[in-house]
Structure formats: structure tokens, C-alpha cells
Write a protein that binds this ligand. Sequence first.
Ligand code: FMN
Length: 416
Amino acid sequence: MPIDQATSRRRFLQFLAGSPLIAGSLPAFAEGSVAGAKLSDPIIWAPLKTENLIKSPKEAINVFDFEPACRANVPPAHFGYMASGIDDEVTLRANREGFLKFVLRPRRLVDVSKVDMSVEIFGVRYQTPIIVAPVGGQQSFHPEGEIAVAKAARAGDHLQILSTSTNAGVEDVAAARGAPLWYQLYATNKWEVAKAMVARAEKSGCLAVAVTIDRSGGRNQETLFRLVPTDSRDCNACHERGSLATNLKRRAMYQGLDISGLSHTQSSNMTWDFLKRLRDTTKMKIVLKGVLAHEDAVLAADAGMDAIIVSNHGGRSEDSGRSTIDALPEIVEAVRGRMPILIDSGFRRGTDIVKALALGAHAVCIGRPYIWGLGAFGQPGVERVLELLRIELHAAMQQVGAPTVKDLVPGMVRRA
Ligand SMILES: Cc1cc2nc3c(=O)[nH]c(=O)nc-3n(C[C@H](O)[C@H](O)[C@H](O)COP(=O)(O)O)c2cc1C
């Protein structure tokens, strides 16, 4: 029996509405409603329209407003590099959907007229638990790159973690931030390279080295690969992919190093032995970035690591499908307070941050949103992104009844 278009559309909508994946997130349609289909309520009257770009940072009402403005400004290949996850991008989406699995359980009648969002990490007090995550090559998003981000981080007193793949040198970024950074390490396959980078970071005043341990394999960044051919510029003019040496020309931390024998910038050969060696090499605190299993968290504490970052690299490492907020509770339980636990991947809202802090994280790192701000407006864009997150966090802490970060306790969050 032939099915007309209206019937087939109705059946499709009924199917969608019944899907556990979509239920609760399918918008009700303002027109053409379908008899028999249970669509969610209320109707969404004011969805984000990606073609309506904000013209100034002040116009943004949330961090998502910056992404389309960044898309309009940044070359398609660079935007694709930033937006990309891996393969089907299941982990990328899971990072956001993970927050729906946890609901808030606010407490009332607590005086929250004054909120103190400050946290102390390694003896340093920051006015906010929101940390700027390491993101490589920030000049691909704005000519002022990491320097603009450092100035914005300074304005809101955010800890900044600088990537090994930074365009600007650690000394210049530290000067622009006006306070010590943390240095993120991609160890490479060559110990001497890692050692030299760590020594340079320490000399420039960095307090900690965050060793990224989740980039040991290749990756299929499909969004990137599909957007590269839409970029009309000659990518080889900048990237010079002929050899690793030419490709690293714009990476400040490799300058002056003997990179002979360097086969790649990641470290598929890294084991716990590397961290022992690192411990004997630097006085900086050592933080492991990319922990997802409670067994590794316990090994990290046993190995004397100073902190961990629960991270799936913003869905850019493996398409495992597990969000970091999902992984956090088992890790907090296993670590039993032996070291601070930081977290990143998918954090976009004050309530996301409140959930992680209440579940036992000490601080939260933000990746793509500040890059959206950078690509859209440079330093003022990053400042506004960070400000919006602080405003939302402040309001969320008031609403759950937590005047300080210490007052965010596990009872304020439940699995949905
Ligand atoms: C464009 C881009 C570049 C990144 N570069 C690095 C890097 O150089 N070193 C690193 O450890 N993590 C890097 N990350 C991962 C971030 O530090 C962080 O884990 C991730 O962005 C958090 O997820 P979110 O983007 O959803 O907030 C990068 C992420 C993006 C999006």
C-alpha cells in the first residue's frame, strides 16, 4: 500500500517521540502538529538560530551564541579541527548528554546572598574553579591566539593550562597571564624533547605539568576531514606537511630543540616508568590528563601523582561513548581524597559545573567554548565566555544552596 508524505512524516515523528534517545529532547513544533504523536512540551519559541550571529560579545546570552560567530570568522579547516570528534562522534555527544543523567537536588533556606566561588589548588587560591583547558595552535582561531586567551584568563583570575602545541612561547603567555601557568605536556617518543620542554616550562614559573596520557593512537577526525576540502586556502602554505620538522615550525615549544629521531608528537610508548622519570626531573606538580578508569586513578595516586584530570579530550581521543561526568563518581570513590580531581569535556553551563563539583571534582576545565569566543571576537570574546560561565555558576550555586564550593556536596546531585 503506498504511503503518502503526510502519513510517512507522522510515522517518523511518532517513531522519534517514542525513541528513548530523543524523548524529552524533541522540540514541540509550533505548526503542523501531528495527531497521535506525543511531542514534548513546552513549545520552543526561541531556539538558537545559527544564521543570526551576535555582533558583539555583550549580545551573547550563553556560550553557545559564540559558536556560529566563530564559524563565520574562522577558516573552515580550522573550525573543523576544533569542532571535530572521532568517527561517529558518539563520545562528543555523550559528553553533553551525560549531564542529563544527573539531576540537581537543591537545598533551601540557606543564606546565599554572598557566594564565594574560589578554590585552592596546590596552595594557590583562584577566584573561580573554571580552568582554561590546553588547546593547541590558537593562532588558527585568532592572530593573538594564546596571548589573547591569557589576558582574558587574567581578567577573571582563571588558571590557564598551556598546550605543548602552543603558537606563543610559555614565557610570553605567562607574562600576559600575569601569574603562573600550568604546562600541558605531549611527551613525544623522545625523552630529551620532553625533558627540555618541562625544564623550559619550570623556568618560566609554571606550577604544574599536566601530562596528557590519552593520545596514544591515530584518530579519524571525520568532521575535520570533510571540512578541509571546503577550505579554499592553500593549507600547505602554512602547514608544510613535508616533514615533522617543517610542520612544527609554528610551535614555539619545539624551537631550538633537537628533534632528530622524533617520529611523532604523541607518545604511544608512554608507561608509568615515564612518570617516575619525570618525577626525578622536575619539582613541578605532576597532573595526569585523560584518566577515565578508576583503576588508573588509583595507580596515579599510588605513583605519587599530584592530581588527575578526568577527560576524554573533548571526545577527540577514542569514540568510546562514555561521558566524563559519568566516569567521575567511580573515580572520586576510588581515590578517597588522596589527590585533587579535575574534570573536562562538554562543560557548557553553570549547572554542569555544579554537578561535577558536587560529585567531588575540585575544578572544571573548559575547552571549545573559549575557542568559540576567541574565533568570534578575540580577547573580548574569551572574556565574555568565561564571564558567562562564572555568572551561570554563581546563580547555580545560589539555587542549590551552596555559598561556597565546599558547600557543594554529593547529596545535591542524583542520577536521574
Ligand atoms: C581544538 C582543540 C585542541 C586541543 N588541543 C589539546 C592539546 O594540545 N593538549 C591537550 O592535552 N588537550 C587538547 N585538547 C583537549 C582539551 O584540553 C580538553 O580536554 C577538551 O577540549 C575539553 O572538552 P570541551 O572542548 O568539550 O570543553 C584540545 C581540544 C580542542 C577542541
